[in-house]
Design a protein around this ligand. Sequence first.
Ligand code: PLP
Length: 462
Amino acid sequence: MDRKILLKESDIPRQWYNIAADLPTPMLPPLGPDGNPITPEMLAPVFPMNLIEQEVSSERWIDIPDEVLDILYRWRPAPLRRATYLEKYLDTPAKIYYKDESTSPPGSHKPNTAVPQAWYNKQFGIERITTETGAGQWGSALSFACNLIGLECKVFMVRISFDQKPFRKLMMQVWNGNCVASPSNETNAGRTILEEMPDTPGSLGIAISEAIEQAVTDPTGKTRYSLGSVLNHVMLHQSIIGLEAKKQLEMVGAGTPDIIIGCAGGGSNFAGLAFPFTLDKINGADIEIIPVEPTACPTLTKAPFAYDFGDTACTTPLLPMHSLGHRFVPAPIHAGGLRYHGMAPLVSQCVVEGLHTPRAIDQVECYEAAMTWSKTEGTICAPETSHAIAAVIQEAKKAKEEGKEKTIIFNYSGHGLMDLTGYDAYLTGKLTKYALPDKEIEKTEACLKDYPQAEMRKSGKW
Ligand SMILES: *Cc1c(COP(=O)(O)O)cnc(C)c1O
């Protein structure tokens, strides 16, 4: 039995999969400030039109440009691995497979979309991209991509991470990225927040506002903004993960998996693996598909499905999604990439349909899972990824209790070698349990009550 299931470069998928083509009920549209659906033209100051076309597309398959593939070959096709050492340790009849997205140069799944986003911007004549980053993974992935494609990259990094994670900042610099702490003095959004709260640790919502403002106010018109998760075109680009995984499972005759797991911050690495299999579920396959989030930021498990802004300053369109409210300031848990207030509308819609069944896990259990993983499989996972591993361990134990030989596949979204401070907190006993108190959801409801209601569209099949 092979532990590494490798595709040849010639087997790489040549088209991305767009789940919007197959959802049983159509997506609600994003809304503008007047409450009416936005038009593609309204997004034009923020994104290049070729990416907006992908954002609104309902084509099932979209070609991956050869020039994009040529960059992705640096690490793709990514390995599918079998976690036999963990299986043995847990003494489980479950077969555990994982897609290893930690093998990309920046160390996560994020360059799968950073590369095409940079490429489409370049095609459109853009010279500079602005973005935000939380823990620094997205900023480093976009800096990596922009450098290869020949674009300037400006990154607004959430203040607390900027101070705590100097190595991510250095990675951005190595790849020619320009990284500043957010809130910054460079934008109106940043200056306003600094006046109100000079000591704020910052948040992704604030950093997004700053990055969008700087893109749309560039008088030359050659700057656009880029988002590393949440949006439809990001889910599209990440589908390469699940499309490869399907081929790899076929190669070893593993059949359709019983359980699919990924951690969910904005939803992109989870969706990347899960959406191609969600199509099988839509067509009748019996698969449990589980996005996993922290109990500190329980977007899918506790927050309402509502229309909300993607950023604190309310500059984005209103998106139909599960959301803790755009004013939500998450607790400083170590999984920085899982602290976003909202969730991809496509993932949110799958949850509304019942196609995906979300789960929240506390960070202490997640670090215990990460430690078990490192001591069996060997690698040190990202704090975000530990949420997927904790759910995998829960499911593998359940399979043992039930005596069922289930096939589990999860997305190993990234390595944790730049995020060892969380491991330090765990090892020195400083890591504490934290679940968002139910009372906080009242603040969410207060934040969302003035916006249009989001209709819960579901077919009732799941
Ligand atoms: C950014 C990140 C995440 C969370 O983002 P999603 O869009 O939900 O995938 C998860 N894992 C790692 C390693 C990340 O860098």
